[in-house]
Design a protein around this ligand. Sequence first.
Ligand SMILES: Nc1ncnc2c1ncn2[C@@H]1O[C@H](COP(=O)(O)OP(=O)(O)O)[C@@H](O)[C@H]1O
Ligand SMILES: [Mg+2]
Length: 400
Amino acid sequence: MRNIAGSPVEGADFFGRDEAIRSLWELLDAHDVLLLGPRRIGKTSLARRFMADVRQRGWSAIEVNVASCRDEAAFVDKLAGTIKAAAGSWTGALLDRAMALLDRVDKVRLPGGGGFDLAAREESWEAVASDALALLAARPGRTLVYIDELPIFLFNMMRFDPKTGEARVRRFLDWFRNDARGATRGAGGLHWLVSGSVGLDTLVQNHGMADTINTLKQRLLEPYGEPEALAFLDALARSYQLPFTPEDGQRLVAAIGWPQPYYLQLAFQNIRSLHRDGQPVGGLIDTAVDALIRPGADNDLHHWEERLHLQLAPDDAALAVALLNLACRERSGATATALFAETQRLRPALTEDQQRRAFTRLRDILIRDAYWCADDATGPRRYRFLLEPLRRWWERNGSL
Ligand SMILES: Nc1ncnc2c1ncn2[C@@H]1O[C@H](COP(=O)(O)OP(=O)(O)O)[C@@H](O)[C@H]1O
Ligand SMILES: [Mg+2]
């Protein structure tokens, strides 16, 4: 197993996640799934492992990463790209259909786009996208379609087209529900696994589109449990012949707090670069974890802040940041009372009832998105950060 921190891991580099795989199998049987979790929790790695599994059972599987898409044409283009890649092994009528479809991809018309060039015979993106899916569904056997980072694409569409973006997102989701999923589902049809680093709920709630996604079964991808994290570190240490003791593992897991495999990989990388032959590992752990939050370290922690601004309205994002600013000061977090007082301070114009609702709504999003958890263990309820390097990074950013 290699010590990889950044890109999705596959094959022998992929560790654990048996429970998540089992649960995907169970869910996928009857539902389409929306797999949510922060960036670099391991969604793409898990989905690729799952794709390998379904292929072993005779399914086909395709992956469409739409994170960089800003409009429907780009989405259709990505979809066509995966068909192009897959069609290498197709023959006969199916191959002919694939070639005909690929010809149509450049002539997709966007909503609101001027159809100036009549000779180009533009057609709606929905028509091309639906035919692409029909083509995938026409193959024998079941097909898993894995759409990676769908929420990012939808938020992009809103951001780059403030005027009609919302209507386009609604139209996309309608197409997705009715045509993409509705028409192609079935015994031999398409099964959908959608993943996202930000939730779709704020988007669909704020814009009245809930019905278009509530037929997806939402699942959160959690970090490793402690035993899995320790076994993972042990396996890594063996691969690199580092004298890593079980106590070293426990110490590292405690310093990360919320054993997201990416941060274990990063810390392990730091340990490797600090370690000299014959030296015990124990004394290096704190330094290796400190290095995670160093300015300029490629640690991904800034994404936690960015995704608040991406998925929340500006007011809500500002309030969420203020609440997290309070909670980051102690590892044990801040009391519910103090956090609610901060909400009241920042939203003086609201009635107390509205202030309560503003707080609880954000509180729940911050729980769902794994920023913090409620802790009743030591008396009055507190909310505390889960990922300790994130808390320390947040605290350092806020201090002078
Ligand atoms: N199952 C796993 N085994 C080992 N490392 C993992 C695993 N899942 C995630 N990682 C670590 O997390 C990083 C990001 O994984 P990735 O699948 O790209 O996350 P996401 O798609 O959620 O952003 C990987 O580079 C690796 O360091
Ligand atoms: Mg990913």
